[in-house]
Write a protein that binds this ligand. Sequence first.
Ligand SMILES: N[C@@H](CCC(=O)N[C@@H](CS)C(=O)NCC(=O)O)C(=O)O
Length: 206
Amino acid sequence: MTLKIYGIARSRAFRTLWMAKELGLDYEQINIDFATGETRTPAHLALNPNGHVPVIDDDGFVLWESMAINLYLAKKYGAGSLYPTSLEDEARAWQWSFWGMTEVERPVLTALFNRALLAENKRDAEAADAAEKQLVQPLRVLDGALAQSANLLGVDFTVADLNVTSILSWARPAQIDLSPFPEVAKWLQICAERPAARAARQLQRE
Ligand SMILES: N[C@@H](CCC(=O)N[C@@H](CS)C(=O)NCC(=O)O)C(=O)O
């Protein structure tokens, strides 16, 4: 076994597990749980000095940051399918991945924490509502792109779709109203029904 994926499925490691399943990779999952402090042990900090998951060790090559990991895995193991072959489409895959992290992830998480994850007496409804408002513009951009093509780089599902969808998979539990963004809602549903996405979600229940 050459690929190790560090992180429990109920963390951002979900993104990498989904990617590994899309690619049909043989991997070993090391269930590092952020809730129990396992991300802060000397052994884990030696892999990722940020103290986060996911991390991969691909035959001795260690990499952290979920989007970078997925772009790397897709390029190495899925060129021509999950990873685009043209320079321009490769750049668009980066564009959407960086966009997801910088424009979408923080407000979705803020809504998720303040509407679902925090204890009720710790939730800040105003912060959640403000975060949802912050998402309107990026979701409009995404809806516009998906009105042009079924997936972000065109007809086929690629790493760009997996990366952005995996961030937006928190939208439903965060109670983000997607009705003004019908293309986004449809695309999220279709991506979530992919067998590899289902298999990765199953890991969250085990
Ligand atoms: N930008 C990083 C964020 C990673 C991250 O914050 N992961 C959380 C789990 S979802 C974590 O490991 N938290 C544990 C900690 O900070 O100790 C990525 O996308 O990989």
